[in-house]
Design a protein around this ligand. Sequence first.
Ligand SMILES: *Cc1c(COP(=O)(O)O)cnc(C)c1O
Length: 240
Amino acid sequence: MNHAPESPTPDPETLCSRRDALLSQIQNATPAGVRTPAVLLAVSKTQEADRVRALAACGQRRFGENYVQEALAKQALLADLDLEWHLIGPLQSNKARLAAEHFDWVQSLDRMKLVDALARHRPADRPPLNVLIQVNIDDEESKSGCLPTDVVALADAIAGQSRLRLRGLMAIPAPHPDARDRVRAFEALQRLQAELAARHPGVDTLSMGMSGDFELAIAHGATLVRVGTALFGARERREA
Ligand SMILES: *Cc1c(COP(=O)(O)O)cnc(C)c1O
């Protein structure tokens, strides 16, 4: 992991005040009649463990990570805290065992092979693994996520596994420059989520929206938003 130069590292007070501001933005974006505001998932990829610790000290419990190995290293340093870890990055089959052992949620299940692998490796002494199906709602560019037409078969397979708990859908809509296209993607996800919930009553989570569009996502039914930059500041590029 690269060490960031001194400059962009927010101090603990800054982290807490950004979190407070986000929580009120989330509250304000919550549509009338929705009882529970969307959950704030702090996306801590590329962030050092001490920043996760600082954010946990102001009450943040749920963190999202993209890379299994990076997450495991951080979890080891933070084992004294009671945190909830979500895997939000693409999952290779050969990492399914580690993901099943070390995460509370996997948001990036997008193919049948992962259903069996995650179920088989979920330790018996832990509650069932919470699972979201990642949908490639805009098709083209991104390779992650299943097609909308694959959701039902994946959902039925997950629901048939006692070591998995189907909670809903996750998506990363393309950052369309035109707001109407972004709205269309969120609306399509909201419809898909409603169909899924009608078929599987335990479904209660729609994970969509990031730093740049979480309010729009909440207006269209997001129950969990994944926010990195607006909390921690801009990330250093580190992807290979
Ligand atoms: C990095 C990432 C985020 C956070 O994005 P920001 O724009 O920094 O808030 C959310 N979801 C996924 C899947 C990511 O990889």
